[in-house]
Write a protein that binds this ligand. Structure first.
Ligand SMILES: *Cc1c(COP(=O)(O)O)cnc(C)c1O
Length: 226
């Protein structure tokens, strides 16, 4: 099947109101152009420099989503134009995004990445940390970022019930935060969950944004940097 057909097939499984982010990491700009030609405008990347170099050569009405771990010294490559940073995994990173935003006179939309998987990982807030952070005065002082919601990855497992449980746990945190008092500059509007292997479960469990790579582009050839 062609890329355009893959996209159409995936898009057909995604209800209105859920955003499909085509994850184009490691894929050449030509492949992105093929999907652009079919009308798709929303792409995700996990490395700042790769994202910036694709931004440079591709049409400027593409919405670029940063979905991978971001080092503070790489923020500058994407800060001027990035549509949404999904992978804010520490207060320190958010503070630095805020600093870059203020230099540019931009308010940069972000999601807080929450660690829900059983696997050990270095990245992401715990559910408790997210609650504490949103209740602390720190965020209110960051005028050049806006927190729009939460992002997470489920455990990499074929156990669908486990994946569902993890997504459900995140959804309940999301609903709880949404119902509570959020500081100015924060809202719970987007829940970024679901990848090629689990986007249908994520949609059942309340996803508003799915990040789909291999189901559209096929297996990635180049090794990816985690
Ligand atoms: C690569 C990646 C995806 C897409 O994964 P696929 O399994 O290829 O759909 C989604 N989210 C993040 C954070 C990623 O790094």
């Amino acid at each position: 099947m062609s890329l355009q057909q893959n996209l159409k097939e995936i898009a057909g499984k995604i209800p209105a109101g859920v955003t499909l982010i085509a994850v184009s990491k490691t894929q050449p700009a030509e492949k992105i152009s093929e999907l652009y030609a079919a009308g798709h405008r929303i792409f995700g990347e996990n490395r700042a420099q790769e994202l910036a170099s694709k931004y440079d050569v591709l049409p400027k009405d593409i919405q670029w989503h940063m979905i991978g771990h971001l080092q503070t010294n790489k923020i500058k490559y994407i800060a001027p134009f990035v549509h949404l940073i999904h992978s804010v995994d520490s207060e320190k990173l958010l503070a630095e995004i805020n600093r870059q935003g203020s230099k540019l006179g931009r308010i940069i939309p972000c999601l807080l990445q929450v660690h829900i998987a059983e696997e050990e990982t270095k990245f992401g807030f715990s559910p408790d940390e997210v609650e504490h952070f949103l209740a602390s005065p720190g965020l209110e002082e960051m005028k050049n970022v806006t927190v729009r919601g939460l992002m997470a990855m489920a455990t990499f497992t074929s156990d669908e019930e486990q994946v569902r449980r993890e997504f459900r746990m995140l959804r309940s945190l999301f609903e709880k935060l949404k119902a509570g008092a959020l500081p100015p500059g924060a809202a719970m509007e987007e829940l970024s969950i679901g990848m090629s292997g689990d986007f249908q479960i994520a949609i059942d469990e309340g996803s508003t944004m799915v990040r789909v790579g291999t189901a559209i582009f096929g297996e990635r050839i180049k090794p990816e940097n985690k």
